[in-house]
Design a protein around this ligand. Structure first.
Ligand code: 6LW
Length: 499
């Protein structure tokens, strides 16, 4: 098999994987966006299809006032006796809980709370026991990876939580996953933080509560020593075995905007490497413990390759991938064929309000997004448009408002909460065509002028909406939005150019 990383592209961090009935299933973090916890399915670990989300109902999660890069962190998916479980942290509200379903294509349960602190929870089903782990303080105030037993029917703790591992000395030991393989309990955990120093480490013990010995070649995975390499930040991993007996690790990593420019704005993405058991029962990742751009994997081993043509992508809104911010009121959205109707409210983009916004992740550096707004539907007090959105303080907008003889379009750059108005054009045509195009380094915002030609209204470097500048854990989402401060707003009609 030959493939290119990332295998899931765009902002889908903290991947966790399980296998059931010949398929692999994968979940990721979603932070302040709703629906929450994207869920993917694959036959071969390389081609993934998003089949839905685990959290689709407000009764499962309240993201009102969730912070940007707060909300839902680091789910783990596991399968046991015909049932799927996803355990996760709501960092702005409920803490740790799990959901379950017997039908992976159907709805998930209401949350079952686990009264344990920490983040990055995980489960191990082991005989008739269910172990719960997270990183943070144990029941005695000790910090590290802590483990306890829970009753999986109620979420109740059956034992106090005990710190089982403090790591190898790197900062932020997190993302624990425990596996019972043969006579060993293997613990995988990330260290170093989710930036350029990120690593994945491995430990083992014959008793789930330890003591754990550290793998002699820890970290088993890291790109921290690959200077001038596009892929950085590899860590936060989970492992699985395919039907041919080949083992695999999936992890997050990110693509810098170029070899020597240490900025990333597409978020942390999903990477895949083959892994191999050593004779003394440890894992080696890929060719040399790094996460590479591509692999060719045969029965004899694997070869890594370090360059790939990154394709161009066109944005299209699809109900399955659509992201809303915090707690959307679905009454403000109507999808009708290629058209989307957005009803603006007084909620503003530059706030933690539930602004009317729907978008999809940007998956490639080179891409174009286009929409046509029906200018006759833009109300006197409305502001609507097309946007490259990192969070409420950092986004690049094509903003449409009503003017005396039609509409005007303004290119607006928001960086660090500062709004900079760039070019503006007035139009008296009924159709307002907007386009955002980008390459790795730069976004360009255009509108069609009176002569029907694309006119650039703003251009800005991608690095200003990168994680290194804006902080946080998310990536750029391309969306359409509508605000309306009038008393009786009408929905604005957007024609979305599909792929
Ligand atoms: C997550 C932590 C991490 O909880 O980032 O990369 C945090 N690792 O494990 C948020 O995604």
């Amino acid at each position: 098999m030959k493939y290119t990383n990332p295998v899931i592209r765009g902002f889908y961090p903290d991947p966790s994987i399980c296998k059931a009935d010949g398929y692999f299933y994968l979940v990721c973090s979603s932070f302040q966006f709703f629906p929450a916890i994207p869920l993917f399915k694959s036959k071969n670990l390389v081609d993934w299809e998003q089949i839905g989300h685990c959290i689709t109902r407000k009764s499962q999660l309240d993201l009102n006032n969730a912070n940007a890069s707060g909300g839902i962190f680091a789910p783990t998916i596991r399968y046991n006796k015909g049932r799927f479980y996803v355990v996760v942290t709501d960092t702005d509200g409920e803490g740790n809980f799990y959901l379950y379903t017997d039908d992976i294509n159907g709805e998930w349960s209401e949350p079952v709370k686990v009264e344990r602190g920490g983040i990055d929870p995980s489960l191990l089903f082991d005989g008739d026991k269910t172990f719960f782990m997270s990183n943070g303080e144990d029941s005695f105030g000790e910090n590290g990876i802590s483990l306890c037993e829970i009753d999986i029917d109620t979420g109740k703790l059956l034992t106090p939580a005990k710190c089982i591992c403090k790591g190898t000395g790197g900062r932020f030991i997190e993302a624990p996953h425990l596996y019972h393989i043969g006579e060993w309990y293997y613990l995988l955990a990330a260290e170093g933080g989710t930036e350029y120093g990120h690593t994945e480490c491995m430990f083992r013990s014959k008793d789930p509560y330890g003591p754990y010995e550290s793998c002699p070649h820890n970290p088993i995975l890291t790109n921290r020593n690959l200077g001038g390499y596009m892929i950085q930040g590899a860590g936060h991993a989970d492992i699985t075995e395919d039907d041919n007996g080949q083992w695999w690790i999936i992890n997050l990593a990110f693509r810098q905007i170029s070899m020597w420019r240490q900025f990333h704005h597409l978020g942390r993405e999903v990477f895949l490497e083959p892994i191999y058991w050593t004779e003394d029962g440890w894992l080696k990742v890929g060719t040399d413990g790094t996460s590479r751009i591509g692999y060719e994997v045969t029965e004899d081993g694997c070869k890594a390759f370090d360059s790939a043509e990154y394709p161009e992508d066109k944005w299209a809104l699809d109900n399955r991938n659509a992201c809303y911010i915090r707690c959307p009121d679905y009454n403000n959205y109507r999808f009708d064929g290629n058209n989307v109707y957005l009803l603006g409210t007084s909620a503003k983009l530059n706030s933690k309000d539930n602004v009317t916004f729907v978008g999809d992740r940007q998956r490639e550096f080179n891409f174009t997004a286009q929409t046509e707004i029906d200018g006759t539907t833009v109300g006197e007090f409305a502001r609507c448009g097309l946007i490259a959105y990192m969070n409420e303080s950092n986004h690049y907008d094509l903003s449409v408002t009503k003017s005396s003889d039609g509409c005007k379009v303004t290119g607006i750059i928001n960086i660090g909460g500062v709004e900079i108005k760039m070019g503006e054009i007035s139009l008296n045509s009924d159709t307002i065509s907007l386009k955002i195009s980008a390459d790795a380094n730069c976004y360009k915002l255009h509108a069609k002028n009176e002569n029907g030609e694309w006119q650039q209204l703003a251009a800005m470097e991608s690095k200003y909406i990168s994680t290194e500048v804006c902080e946080g854990f998310t990536g750029v989402i391309i969306g359409i939005f509508c605000e309306d401060s009038g008393n009786c707003p009408e929905p604005v009609k957007f024609g979305i150019c599909s792929k």
